[in-house]
Design a protein around this ligand. Sequence first.
Ligand SMILES: *Cc1c(COP(=O)(O)O)cnc(C)c1O
Length: 421
Amino acid sequence: MNDSLNIIAHEQAVTAANYDPLPVVLTEARGVWATDVDGKRYLDMMSAYSAVSLGHGHPRILKAMSEQAARLAVTSRAYHTDVLGPFLAKLVALTGLDVALPMNTGAEAVETAIKAARRWGYRRKGIAVDQAEILVAENNFHGRTTAIVGFSSDASYREGFGPFPGGFKRVPFGDAEAMTRAVTDRTCAVLVEPIQGEAGIVLPPEGYLKDLRTLCDKRNLLLLLDEVQSGLGRTGRWFAHQHEEIRPDGLILGKALGGGVYPVSALVGTRDLMEVFGPGSHGSTFGGNPLAARIGLEALAVIEDEGLVQRSAELGAYLLERLRAMRSNVVVDVRGRGLWVGVEIDPSAASARSLCDNLLREGVLSKDTHGTVLRFAPPLTITRDEIDWAMERIEKVFAQLPDPHASHAQVSPAQASHAQA
Ligand SMILES: *Cc1c(COP(=O)(O)O)cnc(C)c1O
């Protein structure tokens, strides 16, 4: 333990404090299990915000990665390579879209979508120069560049970082009517997450995406979906928008696309949208490099070959059911889709962060969002037995909390669930 405290202190001394990590020092991981420097094992119920959807150190990913790294890793896009085409062909086929532009991080792919949408607005809709506007959702999360945090509703993301570029308008999430009212002649696109992850795994009302699709068709707008976190099986479909059987004009992917080992992102879109890019209009030194392409291709193949999308649907339903059955008095809501579940905590009873600390002690890695929601998003390779293992610990941690509705603490979980029933 002293060892890890020393390591943490040393890290903090030289690291900008833009994160507040849980007090654990991880040193290795395989599959859904991670080990700290003291040899203690943890079940990863967070999977790096979906970046590790395939589990840690997937053997096929490691093999593809090391083979490709030894053969040809980084070339820049000044040259063709023999892996970029196969990777993007697979991506295009899976999404039902036409053309992809590879980048590295999620935020870069969002920036790419913003550029594409604006240029499309000027060229295809004749919007006046520099007047294009993109409608976004309240409580959105699309990354951390200055343009993106500029349209965030979270003050802590924005404070002190202005001036921000204009051209964005925020509209309440889940309200298609409000989105309709916000459209003007300057609007070129609607950009939303199909399920808001960082906001606390917030599901819109059923039919929302369909309504947005109809709105965009009617008013000639682009529907841009940020599926950096919700995509690639996380919600029990390949892409969250498939729950409503719609097709976006632009689809933003990242996180799991890198197989848990490397940043790989992309904007995938219709030919009509992606045609706005010509040589020189956009780029990235590392975007689409052979190593990234090979890893991305292998990640997609692993998800397909191992049936991880179906697995996410089935085990996600099980996890949701188990968490709902917990009936703790401090839980305000349990919601989610696939292996992506948020447990909202009554903030007067406990902080989600302190629950994360307690879970950590029991050997479960989780992370709160906005202090009130516990997030469970394990690798899609998790087994039912491992979910049971986690649930035992989760139930124990919740059972230890005092009942917020009892004037005297120490209500047993059985009494607590009775009281709520
Ligand atoms: C994580 C995330 C991003 C940003 O991805 P980075 O790789 O951190 O830049 C964008 N959109 C959504 C929905 C995300 O969850």
